[in-house]
Design a protein around this ligand. Structure first.
Ligand code: GRF
Length: 226
């Protein structure tokens, strides 16, 4: 019997690529049953590109500064992604706002990780803003992307405590540890065909999510055994 091919993934990055590394490692360990077919960065010479190349994954730069506007950049990005014919496009620290045309083209197969407990602190500088606001819990959210910035339906969140002597850097490091555990889990659900977006709602295992899953929920903990 022919085995069905692994779902194809393209990862978009802009920087150090620690989340990309977590995905590369999870594929190598068999925790993600998918194939990272390509990595694309909008910034040249970032560390994430080297991580991809070290793993033997085709990596290329599409520099947004080479384009006169957002639409033409997004068209070029779309064409580069389509060459890999991916089932899923993963934003892993990709720091560009995407046009509705791009989002529409990848609807239901475009996932982002954001470093806050959405809907709190959409946008940039989330760790600074969490400290300024004096929240006791902070974290990350993994969500399907829609046309609203950081506003797409949330799949999974992981929380961390905010400690009295935290700086933006210490808090970011604590959140990132959770990102690296949570993101591969969600990508595996997608690759297993368990996770879908239907009419703007997240479905997992043929049930609509009534609220974002939390990383400590039984379903996510149960999965960590496999
Ligand atoms: C992560 O904190 C992610 O949540 C945010 O950008 C950061 C990317 O870090 N969107 P890295 O490039 O994966 O190390």
């Amino acid at each position: 019997m022919r085995q069905s091919p692994s779902p194809g993934i393209v990862v978009l990055i802009s920087g150090s690529g620690t989340n990309l590394q977590a995905l590369i490692d999870a594929v190598a360990n068999g925790d993600i049953h998918g194939e990272i077919r390509g990595v694309i960065s909008n910034r040249p010479e970032v560390a994430g590109l080297e991580r991809a190349r070290r793993a033997g994954i085709p990596a290329r730069v599409i520099n947004h500064q080479d384009f006169s506007d957002r639409d033409t950049f997004d068209q070029a990005l779309m064409a580069a992604i389509d060459q890999h014919q991916p089932d899923l496009v993963v934003l892993a620290g990709f720091m560009r706002v995407l046009t509705p045309a791009f989002v529409g083209h990848h609807e239901g197969r475009l996932i982002n990780i954001h470093p806050s407990l959405l809907p709190d602190f959409r946008g940039l500088h989330t760790h600074e803003r969490a400290l300024e606001a004096g929240v006791q819990l902070h974290g990350c959210s993994i969500h399907f992307v829609n046309t609203e910035l950081d506003g797409g339906p949330v799949i999974l969140q992981a929380s961390v405590p905010v400690l009295p002597d935290d700086t933006p850097q210490t808090l970011a490091a604590r959140v990132q540890q959770q990102e690296h555990r949570a993101y591969p889990r969600v990508i595996q659900w997608f690759c297993q065909g368990r996770l879908t977006l239907r009419n703007g709602q997240v479905w997992l295992d043929e049930k609509p999510l009534q609220a974002p899953l939390q990383f400590s929920d039984p379903i996510t903990l149960a999965d960590s055994a496999c």
